[in-house]
Design a protein around this ligand. Structure first.
Ligand code: LLP
Length: 432
């Protein structure tokens, strides 16, 4: 009935998340409100970790891609599950470190890391810096020389794999701002240069083929391409590639239309490819890294809103307005992403209308979704949008000077604030 397994209904007919009544949450913490279910996050971490054990003999590290959802409490949970993290900015890195993350388990990404960000990564002793381009390689080599540090680097490679996903979130193909191309020889030349850098340790390769991918073929193809390149490096440059990072992108169920695979299927599929390749070519197995973001965070979260006005436009559509919108969930306006929603105080009732859910921003496209089946609702009802744990809070904005909602974590029937709701004071904090 619900897209995420942690959702249910109680004897009041209210939607529950992790067993906690969402109406009580809305009353206590107000709306809009992000709610994250800690047990779900932990469960998803364990699925990826155990699939790494089961199919790859544990010779790897699962790094949570924290762009999906980043705050101190999330990094603490991730660390306590033994995962590493992927960060893409000084801000994510700073937050991860402030939460006590082990720097050696951090992969630092980004196609244009600033000098300050690179310095920060070196001073923290980040375990892996994923170098995106030659300018960055040279900058990092010079910085290491100046500071007397030696950094472990991976190269981001474009494996040229089409992952059949939305154009905006496809990053593995040739025309991409991320990484080095294989077929032009650019990637090979970069590795050759890196091996000459005295202050850098060329540790491996990285690729990421896209996001919200619902099958394994793209990952298998990427693993094959990357292993072929690893062999070429060994054959032609005599260098052993220690790490192979296959990125993230594992798809989840947003609506009943999505049919995702169990998370274990991804490690199983790529392990088969890599084991076979290494056996056939008499090569050592690389240390594997994967970077799930959405799959860990999205299904664990929901967003609660209060319904305001309703606008019935005869023969056209009915707009139901809520007290948030594109500021807390920009995924419809950006990608036309579909979500499942329900009236949380009528969760046991049938969805017998179809509506457009509108946000409160001064922007016509500010919608949570169109043609959404929903229970009949009225002002004051609580709307729950499901599977919003990833790329909602982390992509939220203050457009129209709306305050960012609070983030509440639920566990064992209790709720705690992990990120406070922004105050009006917060909005003008940096204004002179
Ligand atoms: N690793 C790298 C290098 C990435 O670029 C990404 C996502 C991930 C891992 C995690 O991918 P995931 O497992 O979360 O699919 N804002 C978009 C998604 C952008 C993803 C960018 N990179 C959205 O809301 O759908």
């Amino acid at each position: 009935m619900f897209v995420s397994e942690n959702l249910g209904t109680n004897e009041l007919g209210h939607l529950t998340i992790g067993g906690v009544d969402t109406i009580a949450l809305a009353q206590e913490f107000r709306t809009p409100l992000y709610v994250m279910d800690e047990e779900q996050i932990r469960k998803h971490c364990r699925s990826f970790k155990s699939s790494m054990e089961q199919f790859y003999g544990g010779n790897g590290l699962v790094c949570y891609a924290s762009k999906a959802f980043s705050c101190k409490e999330m990094y603490r949970i991730i660390a306590s599950e033994g995962l590493g993290v992927d960060v893409v900015s000084g801000g994510e890195l700073y937050t991860a470190m402030a939460a006590g993350t082990d720097a050696r388990k951090i992969c630092f990404h980004g196609n244009n890391k600033t000098l300050d960000e690179l310095k920060m990564a070196l001073s923290y002793g980040v375990g892996r810096i994923v170098v995106d381009n030659i300018y960055e390689l040279n900058t990092l080599e010079a910085l290491c020389r100046e500071t007397g540090k030696k950094a472990d680097i991976l190269f981001r490679i474009k494996p040229g794999v089409d992952a059949h996903t939305h154009d905006f979130i496809r990053t593995g193909q040739i025309d991409s701002k991320f990484g080095f191309a294989l077929e032009t020889g650019e990637a090979f030349e970069a590795v050759r240069l890196a091996l000459e850098c005295k202050n850098l340790n060329f540790a491996g390769l990285h690729c990421h083929i896209g996001s919200q991918i619902l099958d394994t073929q793209g990952f298998e193809a990427a693993a094959e391409v990357m292993m072929t390149f690893i062999k070429k490096i060994w054959d032609e440059l005599g260098a052993e590639v220690r790490d192979l990072n296959l990125g993230g992108g594992f798809g989840i169920q947003y609506t009943q239309k999505d049919d995702p695979l169990p998370y274990e299927a991804f490690m199983e599929a790529v392990s088969v490819v890599i084991h076979r390749f290494c056996k056939e070519n008499n090569m050592p197995l690389p240390f594997i890294l994967i970077e799930p973001g959405r799959s860990i965070a999205a299904p664990a979260g929901i967003t609660l809103y209060t319904v305001g006005g309703k606008k019935v436009i005869p023969n056209i559509r009915t707009y139901v307005s809520v007290d948030g919108g594109m500021c807390d969930n920009p995924r419809y306006i950006l990608y036309q992403s579909e979500y499942d929603a329900l009236i949380a105080n009528k969760a046991d009732q049938p969805k017998d209308t179809v509506v457009t859910i509108a946000g409160k921003c001064c922007e016509s496209g500010d919608l949570i979704g169109e043609n959404m089946p929903l229970q009949e609702c009225e002002p004051g009802d609580i709307l729950a949008v499901c599977a919003t744990g990833a790329y909602n809070y982390s992509m939220s904005s203050n457009y129209n000077r709306l305050q960012k909602p609070a983030v509440v974590f639920v566990k064992d029937g209790k709720a705690r604030v992990a990120v406070r709701r922004e105050s009006l004071e917060d909005l003008i904090r940096n204004d002179m």
